[in-house]
Design a protein. Structure first.
Length: 159
């Protein structure tokens, strides 16, 4: 286990190893979560903390490994020209239920600040389409996330 963690860290940018593989689902997921967090042009502290908490909970990581994955996701998103590079990785590596769960994680990030912005809504919609998550599953995941977000505002375009 320890060797796997060290190997992962060595492969992240800036740690002396090769750049992360374009086929690494953790980096792809981190990049998409970072992208939706930044979609409205404002990255609030509460969103950043939820982003890191989602990564930590999903991958059972913390400390330097968590910071490295968050940074790799941010870097990958900053360098990306579209979402397909990330969504294609997730579609190959995740089963149908895992892809639905991922959309739920995206909604958690969206509602971390209690607001739904149309650009965030559109981003989740595009990602869901690209990874093969049905509309009703995306809408249900949004409703669950909104129900758990105190004072959530905004209405999705598909309601």
């Amino acid at each position: 286990m320890f060797e796997r963690v060290l190997s992962f860290l060595r492969d992240l940018p800036g740690t002396g190893g090769a750049r992360p593989s374009a086929d690494d689902p953790r980096v792809a997921a981190s990049a998409l979560l970072y992208h939706v967090m930044s979609a409205d042009g404002v990255r609030q502290d509460v969103e950043w903390e939820r982003f890191k908490a989602v990564l930590s909970e999903t991958y059972s990581i913390g400390g330097a490994e968590l910071e490295a994955l968050a940074a790799a996701g941010q870097r990958a998103d900053d360098e990306a020209i579209d979402l397909y590079a990330f969504t294609s990785v997730l579609k190959r590596h995740l089963g149908a239920e895992e892809r639905k769960a991922f959309i739920g994680l995206m909604w958690e990030i969206v509602y971390a600040d209690g607001e739904l912005h149309e650009l965030e809504d559109n981003t989740v919609w595009r990602v869901a389409e690209l990874i093969g998550v049905e509309r009703h599953d995306r809408v249900e995941a949004r409703r669950r996330a909104a129900a758990h977000a105190p004072g959530a505002t905004g209405t999705a375009s598909d309601e």
